[in-house]
Design a protein around this ligand. Structure first.
Ligand SMILES: NC(=O)c1ccc[n+]([C@@H]2O[C@H](COP(=O)([O-])OP(=O)(O)OC[C@H]3O[C@@H](n4cnc5c(N)ncnc54)[C@H](OP(=O)(O)O)[C@@H]3O)[C@@H](O)[C@H]2O)c1
Length: 267
């Protein structure tokens, strides 16, 4: 199986990675497990998640899948943006929270919190939901340099790495707001996960700073109404020829096309 080593880390990941940002849209956990197993069988061995996805449900669902597969995959989760309230136990709970948010926006709006205390608690909660004792990568979720207390975060991230709780850390989200981290060579930005496009995008900030792309996403979502998915993903795998292109779907039938694109795109 072809893998790529992410710059600045020893993480070996599949060229296409499976995003979990829409797992909460699946009605049943069984559907979800079939999708995740399908992705792994197709050769997607990297999985991206966050505590805020599905108010925690996406991590919970990924955690059920990770039981028995942990040593075959790499996993990213995040800190800084959190679910308002408890984790729903299923799809209906997510719908109920969204409905409540129409009346009372605070019930569904993500909470942004850059305190170290909240980040520490969140890592423990993510590990519990994911049923694992380590994360391959921990990312700051859509950070703004002015809001992040880098002096407090860096020693803590280093201590997590020394303790084997994380293998790497980085920043994730549209790169423009945290471009200072990239151009200023911040040690928080050892790994960069950014929105990108096949003809350019936020990935250019990283490339102009002399850094190769690491994790990128958004190629399918922004493609418009009619496109050849395999062709587009081949182009994405060429554009990001050194890292991992994250994709997501709720549809099992798209997984075979992911596998096809990965096979052609890195051959
Ligand atoms: N801040 C961050 O770090 C950040 C931000 C955004 C995303 N991410 C991560 O990256 C992952 C992927 O991001 P993304 O969701 O933007 O990825 P994407 O793969 O570019 O877009 C997925 C969307 O495209 C649709 N799609 C897939 N194949 C299609 C096709 N052939 N025709 C039409 N539509 C198609 C999917 O719908 P169907 O479900 O119907 O297939 C889904 O709505 C996320 O799940 C998340 O893990 C991270």
């Amino acid at each position: 199986m072809v893998s790529r080593t992410i710059d600045n880390t020893d993480l070996q990941v599949s060229p296409l990675g499976m995003g979990t940002g829409s797992l909460h849209h699946l009605r049943s956990d069984a559907q979800c497990q079939r999708l995740l197993h399908g992705a792994l069988d197709a050769g997607l061995t990297h999985f991206d998640t966050a505590p805020v996805y599905g108010y925690g449900l996406c991590e919970t669902r990924l955690g059920r899948f990770l039981r028995g597969h942990r040593d075959q995959v790499t996993v990213t989760s995040k800190i800084g943006m959190y679910s308002p309230g408890w984790t729903p136990c299923g799809h209906l709970g997510v719908l109920a929270r969204k409905a409540a948010g129409k009346v009372l926006p605070a019930a569904s709006r993500p909470r942004v919190d850059w305190s170290l205390q909240r980040a520490k608690a969140s890592v423990q909660q993510s590990l519990a939901r994911l049923q694992t004792d380590y994360l391959d990568c921990l990312m700051l979720h859509e950070p703004h340099p002015a809001a992040v207390p880098a002096d407090a975060f860096l020693p803590w991230l280093e201590s997590l790495r020394e303790a084997g709780v994380i293998r790497a850390w980085g920043v994730a989200g549209q790169a423009t707001p945290y471009a200072n981290f990239i151009t200023g060579n911040s040690p928080l930005a050892q790994v960069i996960q950014t929105h990108d496009g096949i003809n350019g995008g936020d990935g250019d900030i990283q490339l102009s700073a002399g850094r190769r792309l690491q994790f990128t996403y958004g190629y399918l979502r922004d493609a418009g109404p009619d496109f050849d998915m395999v062709e587009l993903l081949r182009a994405a795998l060429t554009r990001n020829g050194t890292g991992c292109v994250l994709v997501s779907t709720r549809r099992q039938d798209r997984i075979a096309q992911f596998a096809q694109a990965m096979h052609d795109g890195v051959a």
